[in-house]
Design a protein around this ligand. Sequence first.
Ligand SMILES: Nc1ncnc2c1ncn2[C@@H]1O[C@H](COP(=O)(O)OP(=O)(O)OP(=O)(O)O)[C@@H](O)[C@H]1O
Ligand SMILES: [Mg+2]
Length: 235
Amino acid sequence: MLRISELHAAYGKANVLHGIELSVEPGQVVCLIGRNGVGKSSTMKAIVGEQITRTRGTVEFEGASLAGLRAHEVIRRGVGYVPEDRRVFASLTVLENLLVPRRVTHPDRHLWSVDEVFRLFPQLHDYRHRRAGVMSGGEQQMLSIARSLLTCPKLLLLDEPHEGLAPKVAEEVVDAILALKGEGVSMVISEQALNTVRRCADRVFVIDRGMTVWSGSVDEFYADPQITQKYLMVQ
Ligand SMILES: Nc1ncnc2c1ncn2[C@@H]1O[C@H](COP(=O)(O)OP(=O)(O)OP(=O)(O)O)[C@@H](O)[C@H]1O
Ligand SMILES: [Mg+2]
């Protein structure tokens, strides 16, 4: 579904990605893990073509290159993106936020309606007339995921969906991710919380200093404690 090979990318003259390899099969949840600043968010930005410039390598989605496409065109192809900063419209209500995305219709894609999104996130339905800016971090995260569903993605990129959330709220976000997986949405999740990896992921890609340094199944990942020690612990 998604195949990234030898990807290099830069912010202006600053090269930050130097060999990202990543692949996602239909229906899979893939976790991107690595320490702070290794290039997880940059990898997602390079997939959607936002802010960062790809300088080498290939990014293919469903067999077609994403080279040269603008972010909205990548979204139209079926890639949803929930950035780290969530970007809800603070002064709009929950319902108004959900009416913002330009709907994408495509014969072979599930067309999410606002009602369906509310069934998946009942709390958002309860708060539909509340201004997004006053909602908690977890509720804003749900709203941001809900909004991206309305672009009917086949593949969803979630950048640290648990950042700054209390453990109980983070668990609710994991439940939402599992529900989406059940609906057949493939995902790439950038993650530092190993608990999420254990609960959601099919495959793990470890990034260090802008490069993919390890990839394997979740079982292989947990079978080798040296991987977490080497690439995740702060040294
Ligand atoms: N807009 C930008 N301009 C220049 N450099 C940037 C920009 N955004 C990120 N960087 C740099 O790119 C590198 C990779 O950052 P990135 O945000 O991709 O890391 P990350 O793995 O997502 O980290 P974190 O876990 O802290 O979110 C860092 O050195 C960072 O300082
Ligand atoms: Mg990041």
